[in-house]
Design a protein around this ligand. Structure first.
Ligand code: NAP
Length: 257
């Protein structure tokens, strides 16, 4: 395939994105290594995504083989899986595709949240386990696990839900529900007001680990509201990992600066 750079080929890094960290990394690389070609891939779930610096492609690759093909066809020199900790499938696809195409892979994974004194956390393994735990914990639920997977809560007809998501949820969802369309970062003041104004008595969250969405945990602690925390899914073993965009930048700089 023809290289868009013409005769001078720039090293090409593909970032699997959809997170704040992926956007920060793309911006940092554009700033620090202007000689690098950086493409970010988005799944296309959000109608109007925040676009990162550099090139962007949108949509699935067609499984690990499709991704391996893309890596070869676009002469990718390094792959960074900066997807959300709950995007389990694409991370396994990335590990398999990188091995097939012989492209070095780095996973950029923010650390999970850690409970603090005063927190009442109920860790669960899945959204269905979260739904099963809810009736004994409260009646007015602040559900922050996103618009996908609301079907797991649809049978909870006695509970009231405040559902926060970027795009409007599609049914099936719980019958007694208010949708709040918003995206982070969120402030502690704002989260306190939401809990108070909606008389929330239980919060449900994934262990996303992001600073931008952590204030809800502080607000819940202050208000004595229990938190159902969905644990992270498995990720592929033996993939080198960075915990921050700065660490991932250093990994790229080691190779291409
Ligand atoms: P997933 O279950 O791991 O992936 C499902 C399929 O979506 C993958 O097999 C792949 O399709 C495609 N895909 C996922 N991420 C992609 C990317 N960055 N570029 C191109 N294709 C991608 O992922 P998900 O949970 O649906 O999440 C989708 C995207 O939303 C991710 O990029 C993630 O970073 C972002 N996100 C997810 C969450 C969450 O809670 N899950 C929260 C915030 C943001 P093919 O097999 O066809 O390649």
């Amino acid at each position: 395939m023809t290289d868009p750079d013409g005769p001078v080929r720039r090293p090409h890094v593909l970032i699997l994105g959809g997170t704040t960290e992926a956007r920060r990394l793309a911006a940092g690389l554009a700033d620090r290594l202007p000689g690098l070609r950086v493409t970010t891939s988005l799944a296309g779930r959000v109608a109007a995504p925040r676009l990162p610096a550099g090139e962007v492609r949108i949509g699935g690759f067609g499984g690990p083989d499709g991704l391996a093909h893309w890596l070869r066809e676009h002469a990718v020199d390094a792959l960074i899986d900066a997807t959300h900790p709950f995007a389990g499938t694409i991370s396994f696809n990335a590990a398999q595709a990188a091995a097939t195409a012989h492209v070095p892979l780095l996973a950029l994974r923010r650390p999970g949240w850690v409970p603090e004194p005063g927190d009442t956390w109920h860790p669960v393994a899945s959204l269905s386990e979260a739904a099963a735990a809810l009736p004994t914990l409260g009646h007015r639920v602040f559900l922050t696990t996103g618009r996908m997977g609301l079907a797991a809560f649809a049978h909870l007809t006695d509970l009231w839900f405040l559902v926060r998501s970027v795009d409007a949820p599609d049914p099936p969802f719980p019958p007694r529900m208010e949708a709040l369309l918003d995206r982070g970062p969120f402030t502690l003041e704002g989260e306190r007001a939401l809990l108070r104004d909606h008389r929330i008595d239980v919060l449900v969250t994934k262990d996303s680990g992001a600073a931008a969405t952590a204030p809800k945990l502080t607000a819940a602690r202050e208000a004595g509201v229990p938190v159902v925390v969905v644990r992270r899914p498995e990720t592929p073993q033996d993939v080198p990992t960075a915990e921050s965009p700065a660490e991932a930048m250093a990994w790229v700089c080691d190779r291409f600066a």
